[in-house]
Design a protein around this ligand. Structure first.
Ligand SMILES: [Zn+2]
Length: 335
């Protein structure tokens, strides 16, 4: 309804005509979603945004041939010169453009479409199970354990230092603005470094196996500690639910999820139930005498569950890798 009234509003408030009408409509939809989320999902009341809180806007439609190596043609704004960071894949149509402001400058994210059906990768070859956690970032059923890299600690220390210095600057001063810019850049660098590490790790995992199984974890609930498990953070969720399936898809590796119930309470070698709370870091089976690190034992249980799910009832316990989205380059697929 509001989107329809926009035409009137634009007559009444001429400054609204500065922006393309579809962008304003998208913003209204965003507000609508925020309103729905408040009612249905218990989120907070939608807040007014300050100028610097809005970080991106989207053009849902573009003109004909909107991109070439020199720049991108945006409705209303016209052609904008750009740094052509990667070649456009052949045959794809550019559907949408989202302009994103980051500390290091403006970026444009393009949504591309190609009308082909991409078959799901079938289960095949050497399977590995992956357990994610706090002590180790992840452990595999083959006994590989990956710790969180230490360079984040160094970057976090730098960040704390800069944030402390913020208190010494007068509010609204040029020096405060400069320091804030520096902090924003560091935040971006931390996020980029982390993402880079996540992608490399995902590729390493794809080197080690042909099929990968992870637990089907409900991250938001777990973060609240309702299941009494260790809390897992947003970055871990991004890795397990977005980056890993995407890299698996690209590399032709099967990606499946298994039921997470009690994966750490079961013996991977004989299937007996071995209860242990979080403080117990070693798995010791009272039935068969198997002894191994807790997380590796859990990864092996996940791996077995994944394979069994495929042998028994295909597609019930295991969900296949139907990934069609990456964070930077979204590829829509039509079946
Ligand atoms: Zn056992």
């Amino acid at each position: 309804m509001q989107a329809k009234r926009l035409t009137e509003a634009r007559k009444q408030f001429p400054e609204l005509t500065n922006a393309h009408s579809q962008i304003l409509q998208q913003t209204l939809r965003q507000l609508d979603r925020a309103w729905d989320d408040m009612h249905k999902r218990g989120f907070g009341f939608p807040r007014f945004k300050k100028r610097y809180n809005l970080r991106s806007f989207v053009f849902p439609q573009l003109g004909k041939n909107p991109v070439d190596t020199d720049g991108v043609k945006l409705p209303k704004i016209g052609k904008v010169a750009w740094y052509y960071s990667r070649p456009m894949p052949e045959g794809f149509a550019v559907k949408q453009a989202r302009v994103v402001r980051k500390a290091s400058g403006y970026f444009v994210m393009l949504t591309l479409q190609l009308d082909v059906s991409v078959p799901d990768v079938p289960f095949h070859g050497h399977p590995i199970g992956i357990d994610v956690g706090l002590e180790y970032f992840l452990s595999t059923s083959d006994g590989v354990q990956v710790k969180r890299p230490r360079f984040f600690g160094e970057l976090q220390r730098q960040l704390k230092l800069l944030q402390r210095r913020l208190k010494t600057k007068p509010r609204g001063s040029a020096n405060e603005a400069k320091l804030r810019q520096k902090i924003a850049r560091l935040h971006e660098r931390i996020a980029d470094t982390r993402k880079d590490w996540h992608f490399k790790l995902a590729h390493q995992l794809c080197d080690q196996g042909n099929s990968i199984f992870v637990e089907d974890l409900d991250f938001p609930i777990m973060a609240k500690g309702m299941l009494g498990r260790h809390t897992l953070d947003a970055e871990l969720e991004q890795f397990v639910n977005q980056i890993l399936p995407w890299v698996c898809f690209q590399r032709g590796v099967f990606y499946g999820k298994v039921d997470p119930k009690g994966t750490s309470q079961q013996c991977p070698d004989c299937g007996a139930r071995v209860s242990k709370d979080l403080s117990v870091r070693m798995h010791r089976c009272h039935e068969c005498g198997s002894v191994k690190p807790r997380d590796i034992a859990a990864a092996q249980v996940i791996c077995t569950r994944g394979q069994r799910g495929i042998e028994n009832v295909c597609g019930v316990e295991v969900t296949g890798a139907g990934v069609n989205q990456s964070s930077q380059l979204a590829v829509k697929q039509k079946a």
